[in-house]
Design a protein around this ligand. Structure first.
Ligand code: PRX
Length: 653
């Protein structure tokens, strides 16, 4: 351990640049700056070429981009189908026997799904959806575990031109209902349950509760996974296997307009109501295919690629489904947690499938660091040649640990910055070219233009500020579903003519970008965005709570941890049990991912003169002490600290 710490310190103090190795360069797709140069000269021409090279169009587009700030449209007039690009064309090219997914269930059951298999299943489910009355332009909600039926359902929607709205299986029935209603979904696709760390998690039961409040839903399709007993509502609910049995395995792909809605994905903002981020067809597919190919240096006929995210988040949409399938790649999908049955599950998977590319999040890497290197050391990881990171800033120590113990100093680590809203990777190294600095996402990709600006929106050449995007990009969100004004206000109002991502960033002496985390009221817990306001409104929804303020405190494993400061109503008693009740209440209202790590009771919350809660002060208080996985009772130290700090900063507004 001592030797390791010394090695990490060495790497860091040297401020060493990690150059691509000769061995990596010999096989890399991109070896020089030509692509950056071409994109620099004419970024529209650059994206036009990518769209033509990477995508099959039923009808060619006539115009690359229309830009009426803040609304962009890409590849106008082009017609295409996403499932055709992901499946049929690979089968037609003679690659039907190539494995699309090695799927592995948490209990250890496995499935190998070829491109031909997947096409057949997708066509059958597309026909099933049609038989349920789903038509082009409809919305379909999907609430499933990481089983193969999930990509099948998503691709089937794209085949017939329905937009999917995938809701992460960890969300509560209330969160699900809110999303279904906002999208006015007609059909819900779910499963009886899913496996998580050996336990069965109910899903259909949550759907049943949600649907009490969702009048738009006509039908529910239920896949069998855990053999959990479920209630099937007559005339509404259908088993996946029953409806699939009756379908033909051919279904013509619907030619969609480049700008037709492909999917909605809800994400937390600074208010309590999640935003339905809209992604459309041609631009999105072009950029996910481009980034997946070049950031991961993909050789589709040889690589075994594993993005270990959940499909319920944008990372899974773009880099488990649409990018890899468009490129004809072979991927791994793993259903469960990394510590089941033991803490070496991932390394076992890498060894068995000979995974060559691994894409995961810093929170997972830090968890593996905590568990110790003996788990990866017990497995043959020599198949790996490239590592990726996404979701939050990766601290240099985690970067170096990943590089050393997983990549065995052989594999470049690409840190990729992007968002649900950007749809695809925006800032990342290209691994055959870029000299890496541990902890830096390096540079904007070719065709992407980002700038760091100061408070007044003036560009900063060196130093810290706000990350903005200055030109439209193909996979950019097209808006917030049903709320164009909120779209304008949220992303385009802070700095004139610039998309503001909500992140702070720094440019160093060599022009490298360092992401500094969110600068708004959004927390990043284990790479997932959670709004402070959303958790606050879940807390005040509890009958005992008078007022609540939520802050993110630094956490060594999850990046940030959710800390709730709560004032109870008169007559309510502060107790550990009450704290537990409140934590569970948040989990019930939003989902387990939003359960506060700690509840701190205080008789009063610090406020500015205009009545705004001073969250920054509370964050200082939370960061200044070590907070366990428990409820802290009104600790006189905390109360006193809040009082003193509030007194000294009472003038701030
Ligand atoms: O704060 C940034 C952080 O995650 C936010 C986007 O979250 P979400 O839409 O859930 O998408 C996550 C997966 C793309 C960003 O605003 N973030 C994401 N990747 C990085 C990152 N922060 C620093 N470095 C990254 N590589």
């Amino acid at each position: 351990m001592e030797a390791e710490t010394a090695a990490i310190e060495n790497y860091m103090s040297e401020n060493r640049l990690f150059e691509p190795s000769e061995a990596f360069k010999r096989q890399a797709l991109v070896l020089d700056n030509a692509m950056y140069d071409r994109a620099q000269v004419d970024y529209l021409e650059f994206w036009k070429n990518q769209a033509n090279e990477l995508i099959t169009w039923f009808e060619p587009f006539s115009e690359v981009c229309q830009w009426e700030l803040p609304f962009s449209r890409w590849f106008l007039g082009g017609k295409l189908n996403v499932s055709y690009n992901c499946l049929d064309r690979h089968v037609e090219a003679g690659n039907g026997d190539r494995v699309a997914y090695y799927w592995e269930g948490e209990p250890g059951d496995v499935k190998t799904v070829t491109y031909s298999d997947l096409l057949g299943e997708v066509c059958r489910f597309a026909n099933a959806l049609k038989s349920l009355g789903v038509a082009r332009g409809d919305r379909v909600a999907i609430y499933m575990p990481m089983i193969i039926e999930l990509p099948v359902a998503m691709l089937a929607c794209t085949r017939i031109g329905a937009a999917h709205s995938v809701v992460f299986g960890g969300f509560s029935s209330e969160a699900l209902a809110g999303r279904i209603n906002d999208a006015q979904a007609k059909v819900v696709i779910t499963a009886d349950g899913g496996f998580r760390r050996g336990a069965k998690i109910a899903l259909k039961a949550n759907v049943d509760v949600a649907l009490d409040e969702c009048p738009s839903v006509e039908k529910v399709v239920v896949a069998r996974r855990t053999d959990t007993e479920v209630t099937m509502v007559d005339g509404r609910d259908i088993w996946w296997h029953d409806i699939m049995d009756r379908q033909s395995s051919s279904c013509d792909p619907e030619p969609m307009d480049s700008e037709d809605l492909l999917y909605l994905l809800y994400t937390s903002g600074t208010t309590a109501k999640p935003k339905g981020i809209m992604h459309t067809t041609g631009g999105y597919l072009t950029q996910v295919a481009f980034t997946h190919k070049y950031v991961f240096d993909l050789k589709a006929d040889r690589d075994v690629y594993w993005c270990a995210a959940d499909i319920g988040w944008v990372t899974g949409h773009s880099y488990i489904l649409y990018g890899p399938l468009t490129n004809g790649a072979t991927s791994v999908i793993y259903e469960g947690t990394p510590d089941f049955p033991d803490k070496d599950r991932w390394w076992d998977i890498i060894e068995r499938y000979k995974v060559t590319i691994l894409y995961t999040a810093p929170t997972a890497i830090r968890t593996f660091m905590k568990w110790g290197e003996k788990y990866p050391a017990g497995h043959d990881l020599s198949s790996l040649r490239l590592l990726g990171s996404v979701g939050e800033p990766i601290n240099p120590e985690a970067w170096v640990w990943y590089f050393t113990h997983i990549g065995q100093e052989r594999c470049p680590v690409v840190d990729t910055w992007w968002q649900t809203e950007t749809g695809a990777i925006m800032i990342s190294a290209l691994p055959g070219v870029t000299k890496l600095k541990p902890g830096s996402a390096t540079f904007a990709l070719p065709g992407i233009s980002v700038e760091v600006v100061d408070d007044n929106g003036a560009k900063i050449e060196k130093g810290g500020g706000y990350l903005t995007i200055v030109r439209p990009w193909p996979a950019m969100l097209r808006g917030i579903y049903g709320d164009p004004e909120r779209y304008r206000e949220t992303y385009w109002s802070r700095f004139d003519g610039r998309y503001f991502a909500g992140d702070g960033a720094k440019v160093d002496d060599d022009g490298y970008l360092w992401l500094l985390g969110r600068v708004d009221d959004v927390m990043n817990v284990s790479g997932h965005r959670i709004s402070t306001t959303e958790v606050e409104s879940a807390l005040v929804d509890h009958p005992s709570v008078a007022e609540a303020a939520v802050v993110g405190a630094n956490d060594p494993t999850t990046g940030q941890a959710i800390i709730g400061f709560v004032t109870l109503k008169a007559g309510q008693v502060q107790s550990t049990e009450k704290g537990e009740e409140l934590r569970s209440h948040v989990a019930k209202v939003i989902g387990a991912i939003a359960r506060p790590k700690t509840i701190i009771f205080t008789d009063e919350l610090p406020k500015t003169r205009s009545g705004k809660i001073m969250r920054r002060l509370l964050a200082d208080v939370a960061n200044g002490r070590s907070l366990g996985d428990t409820t802290t009772l009104a600790d006189p130290g905390v109360v006193e600290e809040i009082r003193v700090k509030a007194l000294t900063s009472a003038g701030d507004d």
